[in-house]
Structures are given as structure tokens and as C-alpha cells.
Design a protein around this ligand. Structure first.
Ligand code: FAD
Length: 463
């Protein structure tokens, strides 16, 4: 086959999307809107499978940031009523009021295959080693559906499979061990339903929450509510941060008010002595004896045992599953495992930002042309992803796949800011100017992170 014949064959193939979460479904909406053939493969038995698992958690971003613009247009043309823009949905509401109706639109519903888990993506009949004609070959997606192996060919692949369910372990080294596994059900990864089905497991127990992000704060606030109803409930908060104040975030300066409020509420509870804080703490070992756990690790420079723990809730972030991409040539950052070009913006070693400059197809490219990682997974292990960023990613990627290169290059998103965006290396910031903003209206130019073009990490300066 010559180059033209190859291209003609490829053009007839669909785009394959992996994952029917908010970002995969938004990609489907954009592809449907541009009348590009696609297939969406979802491993779960339901739309928004991951979101359903944290369905009891209230989002910190209101509806106006949680709905993709093209998806909203397609839905509205079918009589959908948009939720109140300023209301904060739970994960369950996000799924029921937005993701499910979106997945049922004509032109989308018929293209979704549930219970279809992607187990590998490669170039057709060509492993990672082989270079000849690589860009001219279709992608081949291997999936398992009800015990059967299925193969799909695609001209492009959009991996929106998220990171939820692929938790980091307890140990500061990032290593999973049999010690941790053997603690079994005493350790929970994620955000338990503390008002509902999981309440009795934590009431009147001594629970350690591990992690310093929004998920940990959510968990701690719910545990604090349990403690109010039963003061024998004890809460220990274990983090790696140098000081607890680093976990509070933008508080009242956060333009996502609900996210700021989480920080402000936890700040108040810590000050009131309701939560025992151990930070900085690097977990080295967990041991189970007589039904109680001891968590051992490094506190500042000394070894410390945290004893008599009944339950552990791990909110230490998650990591992308790149195992099924091992036959592709990727551009991933070594530290964050995010798409390489995004790493300088989102690396928590450098930024404490919740705000990341909007970006699109160009930044999301890999060495294998036509393959994209979008959504939560595009940030790898970095924790600051917002759905609205993902919607901009897929808008740009799909525009590119449609040959609309101008639209692909345009940035159509303005992000709300976290309010506090500081560079960790304070010696690089002798004037002590953190990037605290007080702007009421989000603009790109007044934001520390948002105003940067993608910087090189080692030369990073304060804003
Ligand atoms: C508790 C919590 C609260 C959050 N709150 C907010 C918020 O308020 N605002 C905000 O903007 N963001 C929030 N986020 C972050 C983020 O926007 C969400 O996690 C969002 O769901 C990410 O969407 P996604 O489509 O990238 O991935 P996911 O929602 O994780 O969807 C991925 C989908 O891919 C499927 N999948 C996985 N592997 C495979 C495979 N191998 N084959 C086929 N399918 C596969 C999964 O089953 C899932 O359905 C929150 C995250 C969490 C965990």
C-alpha cells in the first residue's frame, strides 16, 4: 500500500475513546457534533462508573464548570434542562442529571460498549520497536468483554480512562507491600460513605486519614461530623506536608467557593483540637497486632509509632494505569507520569497551584501520532485536575482530528483560580511574594500559573 492508500484506509476507521466518564463522554459529544465516527469502550457496567463510586461526595465546583458546552448544546436540543449553574452536585447527581442523559443521546448511545475493558493498545501488527510506516498504521485496541477478546481498529485513540481506583499505597516510598495488603479491610482507599453505609465502621473508632488533598479533607470533615455524634470517635490526620497550613489551600481566596470552604472548615477543626495532626510524616510500615494497627514512619528526623489505630482511610492520590499502553510510544513525564508537556505546570514539587493554564491538542501529543491521554489521566499522579480543563482538552483534540487546526489551537477556556499559587522553593522567591491573588474575576493575565506559557521546570521562577 502506498501512503495515499494507507491514509484512505485510516480515514474510514473510527476514533476509539476509552472510558465513559465526564471527559470520555464529552469527547463523544464533540465527535458526534462534528460527525466523526467513533466507538466508546467502557470497562464498567454503567456510564460514569468511577463517578458512581464516589457518588455520595459533593463536588466543589458548581454545575457551570461541570458541563461541557457542546454536550449542553446537544442535550438542550433534546429538551434537557440545564441544572442551576451555581449549585454544587454530588457525584451521583452529576451522573444522573448530566452523564446519563448525555450517554442516551442519539448518535452517542449506539456507539457505547459497556463491560468492555481495554487491555492493550498497539499499532496494527506492529510492536513498539518497529518504526517502518508507524504513523500510517491504524491503532489496534484489544479489549475483554464478558470473557471474550475483542479487537478494534482506530484512526485515533482518546484515552479518558481516569485514575480513580488505582490508588497510591500507604508507604511513602510508593511501594505496595504484603504488610499493607494483610491489613485487609481495615484499610480503605477512597472516600467512604460516612453518612450512609460505611458509618458504623468508623463510629467510635480511632481512624487515621492519610493524605493532604481535597479528598482527605472531605473524609476528615465527614469523620468530624461522626465525632460530633459520638465524641469517642478519634481522628488522626497523617500527611507529608511540612506544615498543616499547606493543606488549607486558598480558603476564602479560592474562586471555587466550595473548595475554599473545605480548607477553611478543616482549618477551624484543627485549631479546635478535634483532629490530631501528624505532619510531616513518611509512612514506612504498618503492623497489625491484636486487631489494632501501628503506623510507623519518619516524623521530621525521628522515627515515630502511631499506635492503636482501628481503621485507615487512604486519600494519598492515585496513579495512571499505563500498563495497557506499553506497546505505544508515549511522551510521559518521569515524575508525574502526566503527559510530558503538562508536567511543568502541574508538578506539585514545584507548584501548589490549583490553577493550570488551559491547554489543548498540541500539548497532549505523544510520539505515536493520533494517540491522546485526556482528562484526569492526562495529569498522571498530579492532583489538581478540573473537569472544565478536560472539556477544553477534548474540544481541541477533536477539532484537530476534524482537520479544524485553527479551532484546535485556540484556547476557549478561562479557569477559576485557587487563589493561592505559590512556588515551593522560597529561596527562589526572596521577596516573599507568593502568588496570592485577590482578583474577583478570573483572567489569565492576573494568575500565577494561568499566565505562564508552559515553563521549563528547572528555570521556574515565582510569578
Ligand atoms: C471525590 C472526587 C471529587 C472530585 N470533585 C471534583 C470537582 O468538584 N470538580 C472538578 O472539576 N473535578 C473534580 N474531581 C476530579 C475529576 O474531575 C473527576 O475525577 C472526573 O471524574 C474525571 O473525569 P475523567 O472522565 O477523566 O475520568 P473518570 O471519571 O475516572 O472516568 C474514567 C472512566 O474510564 C473507565 N475505564 C477505566 N479503565 C478502563 C479500561 N481499561 N477500559 C475501558 N474503560 C476504562 C472507568 O470505568 C471510568 O468510567 C473530583 C474527583 C474525585 C475523585
Amino acid at each position: 500500500m502506498n501512503k495515499t492508500e494507507h491514509k484512505q484506509t485510516m480515514d474510514h476507521l473510527p476514533v476509539v475513546i476509552i472510558g465513559a466518564g465526564p471527559i470520555g463522554l464529552a469527547a463523544a459529544a464533540h465527535l458526534a457534533d462534528r460527525q466523526i465516527e467513533f466507538l466508546l469502550l467502557e470497562s464498567g457496567s454503567q456510564i460514569g462508573h468511577h463517578v458512581a463510586e464516589w457518588g455520595h461526595v459533593r463536588l466543589f465546583s458548581p454545575w457551570q464548570y461541570n458541563v461541557d458546552a457542546i454536550a449542553a448544546r446537544l442535550l438542550s436540543s433534546r429538551g434537557w434542562e440545564a441544572p442551576e449553574p451555581d449549585e454544587l452536585p454530588t457525584g451521583e447527581e452529576l451522573r444522573d442529571r448530566y452523564l446519563l442523559p448525555l450517554s442516551r443521546l442519539p448518535g452517542i448511545q449506539s456507539q457505547i460498549l459497556l463491560n468492555t475493558k481495554v487491555i492493550a493498545v498497539s499499532k496494527k501488527d506492529t510492536d513498539k520497536m518497529k518504526s517502518a510506516n508507524r504513523d500510517l498504521l491504524p491503532f489496534e485496541i484489544y479489549a475483554e468483554a464478558k470473557g471474550e477478546l475483542k479487537r478494534f481498529e482506530a484512526r485515533a485513540v482518546i484515552d479518558a480512562s481516569g485514575t480513580w481506583g488505582n490508588s497510591n499505597p500507604l508507604y511513602a516510598s510508593g511501594v505496595w507491600t504484603s504488610e499493607e495488603y494483610s491489613a485487609g479491610e481495615r484499610i480503605f482507599y477512597g472516600i467512604p460513605d460516612l453518612r450512609g453505609k460505611d458509618k458504623s465502621r468508623y463510629l467510635n473508632k480511632r481512624t487515621a486519614v492519610v493524605g493532604g488533598g481535597h479528598s482527605a479533607i472531605n473524609t476528615l470533615l465527614e469523620l468530624a461530623d461522626l465525632k460530633e455524634s459520638d465524641p469517642a470517635t478519634e481522628i488522626v490526620w497523617i500527611m507529608r506536608k511540612n506544615k498543616v497550613e499547606d493543606a488549607y489551600g486558598g480558603e476564602e481566596q479560592d474562586q471555587l467557593a466550595a473548595r475554599g470552604e473545605l480548607g477553611a472548615r478543616i482549618h477551624h477543626l484543627v485549631d479546635a483540637g478535634q483532629i490530631e495532626v501528624v505532619t510531616p510524616f513518611r509512612i514506612r510500615e504498618v503492623k497489625l497486632q491484636d486487631e489494632k494497627m501501628t503506623i510507623s514512619g519518619l516524623h521530621h528526623q525521628s522515627l515515630l509509632d502511631i499506635r492503636d489505630i482501628d481503621r485507615v482511610i487512604v486519600n494519598a492520590g492515585s496513579r495512571p494505569d499505563i500498563s495497557f499502553l506499553s506497546e505505544l510510544r508515549l511522551s510521559l513525564d518521569q515524575a508525574t507520569e502526566s503527559v510530558a508537556a503538562l508536567a511543568p505546570l502541574i508538578d506539585p514539587n514545584v507548584h501548589s497551584c490549583g490553577t493550570v493554564r488551559p491547554h489543548g491538542e498540541n500539548e497532549l501529543r505523544h510520539i505515536d501520532k493520533g494517540f491522546y491521554i485526556v482528562g484526569m489521566k492526562s495529569y498522571g499522579r498530579a492532583p489538581t485536575f478540573l473537569m472544565t480543563t478536560g472539556y477544553e482538552q477534548v474540544r481541541s483534540v477533536v477539532a484537530y482530528l476534524a482537520g479544524d487546526y485553527e479551532a484546535a489551537k485556540r484556547v476557549e477556556l478561562k479557569l477559576p483560580e485557587t487563589g493561592v499559587c505559590s512556588i515551593r522553593n522560597t529561596t527562589a522567591n526572596p521577596a516573599g511574594t507568593s502568588c496570592t491573588t485577590s482578583a474577583a474575576v478570573p483572567t489569565e493575565s492576573n494568575s500565577c500559573c494561568a499566565s505562564e506559557s508552559i515553563p521549563v521546570r528547572k528555570n521556574d521562577k515565582n510569578c
